[in-house]
Write a protein that binds this ligand. Structure first.
Ligand SMILES: Cc1ncc(C[n+]2csc(CCOP(=O)(O)OP(=O)(O)O)c2C)c(N)n1
Ligand code: SF4
Ligand SMILES: [Mg+2]
Length: 287
């Protein structure tokens, strides 16, 4: 499929020139096109932030919700219509800060969705405050003496909570990012892809060069089914591993666990409901 099917035509993109978001947008379109996922079979769900604008630049279904709230609607969309490919995509602040509670419980539910996080280690949209993944000592106009807290580690947390696919990519490398995204989207179950994304305007510490110096690709010999090893790799701070760190195949998804499709595979969105009167009676009985 030609990736241009996802293009919006001649629109203004509000990202700064040189921002890592552009290559993530392109890698994702290439990945979806190679997987032959048609725009009408896709939903991109986001929250608030620079990264969260991504659905605006995509010709597909989308839901741009409240700050930190991409995962609940994404889970619900998948539940009512499992035939759709559902991607919840946002920034590090949106997903791990304001949305941190949803992040924890989405992992526990294991819906069959892909969770892509543009991790620029800063709040870009609001002009450069620290985010949960900001480095210790990172100075901002708010954290004038530097960040005091240890950075949040989404990868080791996700593996510990039982996420069935955990990967990290780098926005500076489009081809491997596309391949990682393809594996994440094809994975059955919750898949987290944390993408290191330089913010060229408000993060002068974690630059393209900084990520290039720190990051390395996992060797082919890495066994992503080895959970202990995966936690160890995810916890490395001096070096940042890239690739599929952990994967568990065959874990039951939320849609399977909840049982609504056990007897009837018809998506909930297509089922005819004749239960309006039952519902009315129930409400009246309670009032
Ligand atoms: C409830 C609420 N709190 C705070 C904000 C302000 N706000 C908007 S975007 C944002 C941070 C976005 O950071 P991130 O998710 O890392 O996205 P980026 O812009 O870096 O891509 C904040 C704090 C808001 N819109 N709503
Ligand atoms: S502020 Fe940073 S994250 Fe936002 S568009 Fe500009 S470079 Fe990208
Ligand atoms: Mg950010």
């Amino acid at each position: 499929m030609n990736p241009k099917v996802y293009d919006m035509g001649d629109i203004d993109i509000a990202w700064c020139p040189g921002c890592g978001n552009f290559s993530i947008l392109k890698s994702l379109k290439l990945a979806l096109a190679e997987l032959e996922i048609a725009p009408e079979k896709l939903v991109v769900v986001s929250g608030i932030g620079q990264a969260a604008k991504i659905p605006h630049y995509f010709r597909t279904h989308f839901f741009n919700g409240l700050h930190g709230r991409a995962l609940p609607p994404a889970t619900a969309i998948k539940l009512v219509n499992p035939e759709l490919t559902v991607i919840a995509e946002s920034g590090d602040g949106d997903m791990y800060g304001e949305g941190g509670n949803h992040f924890l419980h989405a992992i526990r539910r294991n819906p069959n969705i892909t969770n892509i996080v543009h991790n620029n280690m800063v709040y870009g949209l609001t002009k450069g405050q620290a985010s949960p993944t900001s480095q210790l000592g990172f100075r901002t106009p708010v954290q004038v003496k530097g960040v005091l807290l240890e950075p949040f580690n989404p990868l080791s947390l996700a593996i510990s909570l039982g996420a069935s696919f955990v990967a990290r990519a780098f926005a500076g490398d489009m081809e491997p990012t596309k391949e990682i995204l393809k594996m994440a989207i094809a994975h059955k179950g919750y898949a987290l892809v944390d993408i290191l994304q330089p913010c060229v305007s408000f993060n002068k510490l974690n630059t393209f060069q900084w990520f290039r110096d720190k990051a390395y690709y996992l060797a082919d010999s890495h066994d992503p089914k080895d959970r202990d090893k995966a936690v160890h790799i995810a916890m490395q701070q001096d070096r940042l591993s890239l690739g599929v760190i952990y994967t568990e195949v065959g874990k039951r998804t939320f849609e399977e666990k909840i049982g609504i499709y056990e007897q009837d595979p018809t998506p909930l969105s297509l089922r005819k409901t004749d239960r309006k009167d039952d519902l009315k009676a129930l409400i009246q009985a309670k009032s």
